[in-house]
Design a protein around this ligand. Sequence first.
Ligand code: PMP
Length: 284
Amino acid sequence: RTVYVNGDYLPETEAKVSIFDRGFLMADAVYEVTSVLGGKLVDFAGHTARLQRSLSELEMVAPCTMDELLAIHRELVARNDLDEGGIYLQITRGAAEDRDFVWPDPEKVPAGIVLFTFAKPLVDNKTLDEGIKVISVEDQRWARRDIKTTQLLYPSFAKMQAKKAGAADAWLVEDGFVTEGSANNAYIVKDGVIITRQLSTEILHGITRAAILRFAREAQMQVEERPFTIAEAQAADEAFVTSATGFAQPVIAIDGATIGTGVPGTISKRLREIYTEEMRKAAI
Ligand code: PMP
């Protein structure tokens, strides 16, 4: 693979970052994952808007413009001949001279930037036809989940607990209500109404979530943005999760309880179809 690191396109084996990079030492970094369909970028504008918000919330200065970022994404797609999959982008607060909790002056220490591509089937994907099982785990992340930082130890820990329990993913629960999945937004469907937690600092503002809710409303589906419990989810007709590289993914069991009839629900499937079709058309 050819990757991008601090201004250079290099073979992945030659790419290097400093051991003093604050992304490495402190997870002082933000990231985005943009999916690629037919060699084109899906919802790039959404991802750069969220990236700029993450950067500004952490008083980080982007190392390049969003137009330059677009050019880098396209160059990586071309150099890696990528048809379907995604691009990972990480911006860190750079490599200061020493390890210090105090942020370095961005005039003296420029942000670090790394991008790499990955190939992955997004449309024809067997787990999506069958749906995934999830377990619930207490949400023990920090309180600013609306900022997309690389502090992924807890989500990774939660996902391992799911794996050990024979499930594919974990739904995180705080004060009795589901916040979101380890790396996706969570939804249930009851009597035709799509229910998902409202935006706040407690969850990541999913780019796929925004598109899915827009398409659902355009298709005259009813949407309710409010918290729900695991018990309510287990009694729902359908459940699903959304993320840039998973689109809308059906959930068929929660903590061992089968959802609906145990097969992906019709609304989840329909939303997945609409999303795939619309995003293929709009990709740039
Ligand atoms: N919530 C969390 C915690 C995530 O990590 C992700 C994926 N990065 C999402 C939701 C989904 O966001 P998006 O649709 O922008 O990929």
